[in-house]
Ligand binder design. Structure first.
Ligand SMILES: [Zn+2]
Length: 81
C-alpha cells in the first residue's frame, strides 16, 4: 500500500474526526500521524474546529461556506509550516 501524503491525510481529517473512516484507510492515517508532526499539529487544529462546530451546531449542520473557510484556514496553516 502506498503511504499517504500529508495532503491526502489533511483532506480526510474531518471524516477521521467523525469516525467515518475505518479499516485500512484508518490505519494508514494513524500510521502517518504517528510519524508526521506537522499533520499532528493540523489534526489538533481540526479537532478544535470540529469541537467548535459541534458545540454550536447540534444537528451537525454548518453554515453555508463554513467548510470552505475552514479548508482555507487549514491550507494557510499548511503553507505556514
Ligand atoms: Zn503529514
Amino acid at each position: 500500500m502506498t503511504p499517504l501524503t500529508c495532503d491526502q491525510v489533511v483532506k480526510q481529517f474531518f471524516a477521521y474526526l467523525d469516525r467515518a473512516i475505518s479499516g485500512a484507510p484508518l490505519d494508514q492515517i494513524e500510521e502517518h500521524l504517528e510519524e508526521c508532526l506537522s499533520c499532528c499539529d493540523k489534526l489538533a487544529f481540526s479537532r478544535q474546529v470540529d469541537a467548535f462546530v459541534k458545540a454550536r451546531v447540534p444537528e451537525g449542520k454548518v453554515p453555508e461556506g463554513f467548510e470552505a473557510r475552514v479548508r482555507q484556514a487549514l491550507q494557510r496553516a499548511q503553507e505556514g509550516v
